[in-house]
Design a protein around this ligand. Structure first.
Ligand code: ACO
Length: 180
């Protein structure tokens, strides 16, 4: 099992006072590897060999999504895998810092949950650092619940939460974020 660390937190420092142009969502492509690696390195503080992205994209191409700017360059990614029948696991999820808090992550999550359901999956899971309050807030609004405490899950010793949500009980189309 791959253990994915996350996440850098902090202020956005957005260069888009009126909000960035709305990114389009598409499947990951081999040309995206360098940019995706950079975003993962900065946001999740992890560095993986390019071959990992390639092999995971081959396993479930529809589950590896990127949000791209007007030049078709990724500004965010959501890498989902289908290791357990009926379950979609979110392995990596990150938005490039200038694009955070503008709804990009929500658009990626909406698309991923819809695709997971279309594939007949009944459950979505993920792991997150216990200290990553911003991401936990995001996931909670998406109706993920903490299922387990994963002691020493991350390479630096931090504990993780396993979170999960049911995919069948929510009617289609997805309502997206739960209201706080
Ligand atoms: N502070 C407080 N709440 C936040 C924050 C924040 N910094 N970021 C997101 N949220 C919550 C809010 O409830 C927000 O709604 P609001 O803006 O109406 O208050 C809601 O999430 C939706 O926000 P989006 O704009 O759609 O989310 P964003 O595009 O910023 O993506 C993400 C969220 C992926 C967590 C992004 O902030 C990020 O890349 N963070 C750093 C990397 C990270 O932590 N990734 C997840 C690790 S776990 C894993 O990879 C499986």
């Amino acid at each position: 099992m791959i253990c994915i660390a996350d996440s850098a937190q902090g202020s956005s420092g957005s260069p888009f006072p009126l909000g960035p142009p709305e990114p389009a969502i598409r499947q990951f492509d081999g040309r995206d590897i360098a940019t995706v690696s950079r975003i993962v390195g900065e946001a999740l503080r992890e560095h993986y060999d390019s071959s990992l992205y390639f092999s995971l994209s081959q396993a479930w191409p529809e589950g590896f999504l990127v949000a791209v700017d007007v030049a078709d360059v990724p500004v965010a990614l959501l890498l989902g895998v289908a290791q357990i029948p009926g379950e979609a696991r979110i392995l990596m999820f990150a938005v490039d810092r200038p694009y955070r808090r503008h709804g990009v992550g929500s658009r990626l999550m909406d698309e991923f949950l819809a695709r997971s359901r279309q594939r007949g999956m009944h459950k979505a899971t993920l792991e997150v650092r216990v200290g990553n309050t911003n991401a936990i807030r995001f996931y909670t609004r998406y109706r993920f619940s903490v299922m387990d405490l994963l002691r020493g899950y991350y390479s630096d010793g931090e504990n993780g939460y396993q979170m999960a949500r049911d995919l069948l009980s929510t009617p289609f189309p997805w309502p997206g974020r739960a209201k706080p």
